[in-house]
Design a protein around this ligand. Structure first.
Ligand code: 3HC
Length: 303
């Protein structure tokens, strides 16, 4: 059954090559999903070769784990590995008909990466954004062809969470939207069409839960107490464990966007911002040491 508001399937364009801008954890997770479910070449890019290599290493490792678990055989694992490549040159995106970005949650950065890639891809290549809460309309505003921009919002962990929010901006055309729904079906995600409103649907609620949990901490209740107090209401994870999963910096950006758009309804937590800075420091640590961010984060809370 076609989701409410989705255009006719027959308008969907074929996707023969996928380009992914960003090689961080979220982007690498969906690179794996795209190659596995679409079985087409997937190319990932990032600011420098080190980031690209880290993303490729994650994807290769995860393909290995799928093989170990018996979900795919050795031939399939080799085929998937051969379909994935990395580059720092956006000219390698020239023949991609589906490009998705998962770069830093900042409007100007997202506008810039799409403006760069638009110079290389065809006029009909879809430009999908995995933004958590920014306006899809604004992300595409300065492009020559904003009608091919669509929101395609995944949830962490990408392999496990069944939902995808597909976001229609005012300019998004039916062919782009139909292609987005066709891709979502191939990825075996359950897609919903949402309006281009801050936080779409899911992050409105999550930002509320995370923001109020952070507020309780700002007011003096320790993190473990807030986690424990909320466990009986049946959340699959406590709000801080969830922030740890999505990343402190991402959570703080979502919180900032919601606060800016709805100042009377959302709360910007001092502690969340302290912790998001700590998260950035940890992510920049080049020693390769695995850091328990939750443990570090709990130590950093000062109230
Ligand atoms: N990364 C990758 N895979 C993971 C994972 C992770 N962090 N955590 C669990 N998994 C995988 C496991 O490997 C396992 O896969 P397998 O079946 O292939 O072996 C599968 O998930 C199930 O694992 P568990 O048995 O450990 O499952 P649990 O019952 O503990 O559930 C969970 C794990 C699904 C992550 C559950 O705790 C949950 O639903 N948590 C809430 C997640 C959530 O709300 N996500 C939305 C975040 S908001 C967001 O991303 C939007 C952004 O814009 C902010």
């Amino acid at each position: 059954k076609r989701p409410a508001g989705a255009p006719d399937k027959s308008l969907a364009r074929k996707v023969t090559k996928v380009g992914i801008i960003g090689a961080g954890l979220m982007a690498s997770q969906f690179a794996l999903l795209f190659v596995r479910r679409l079985q087409v070449p997937v190319v990932i890019t990032d600011l420098d070769q080190a980031r690209v290599d880290k993303g490729l290493a994650y994807i290769t490792d995860e393909i290995g784990k799928l093989e170990q678990k018996g979900r795919i055989d050795g031939d399939e694992a080799n085929r998937l590995r051969a379909l994935v490549s990395g580059t720092t040159d956006k000219a390698d995106f020239a023949d991609c008909d589906w490009v998705i970005e998962a770069v830093f949650e900042d409007l100007a950065v997202k506008q810039q990466v799409f403006a760069d890639v638009e110079q290389y891809v065809s006029e009909t290549a879809v430009l999908a954004t995995n933004t958590s809460s920014l306006s899809v309309e604004q992300i595409g505003a300065n492009l020559a062809h904003p009608e091919r921009v669509v929101g395609f919002h995944f949830f962490n962990p990408v392999a496990v969470m069944p939902l995808l929010e597909i976001v229609k901006a005012p300019a998004t055309d039916d062919e782009t939207l139909a292609t987005a729904f066709a891709v979502a079906a191939k990825l075996r995600k359950s897609a919903v069409l949402t309006a281009d409103a801050p936080g779409f649907v899911v992050n409105r609620l999550l930002a509320k839960v995370m923001g109020e949990a952070a507020r309780a901490v700002d007011e003096g209740t320790p993190v473990p107490v807030v986690e424990k107090a909320l466990a009986p209401i049946g959340l699959p994870m406590g709000p801080f464990e969830l922030i740890d999963l999505v990343g402190w910096a991402v959570a703080a950006h979502v919180q900032d966007t919601m606060m800016r758009e709805f100042p009377d309804r959302f709360y910007a937590s001092e502690n969340m911002h302290v912790l998001s800075k700590l998260g950035e420091v940890v992510e920049k640590d080049k020693n390769g040491k695995v850091v328990d961010l939750t443990k570090e984060a709990k130590k950093a809370i000062t109230v």
